[in-house]
Design a protein. Structure first.
Length: 68
């Protein structure tokens, strides 16, 4: 079973496609920041980004004209 559940993540980001893009972008930011500050990460950047979405710290939505 996945944790956090996909339904929990989709409460904060209303599209699976958008969720993948938001998590990937944030994971890159986390990785770059850790490298620049020479800080080791306890978890993988993608895991950290997914947990941020699950906690509601990171959200995104599509504009109405782009929804189908």
């Amino acid at each position: 079973m996945l944790y956090p559940a996909m339904s929990k993540l989709l409460e904060h980001v209303n599209s699976r496609y958008l969720l993948v893009n938001v998590v990937a972008h944030r994971a890159r930011q986390i990785s770059i920041e850790a490298e620049m500050n020479h800080e080791p990460l306890q978890d993988k950047p993608v895991t950290i980004a997914i947990n941020e979405v699950a906690r509601g710290e990171l959200t995104a939505s599509l504009k109405e004209k782009y929804r189908q």
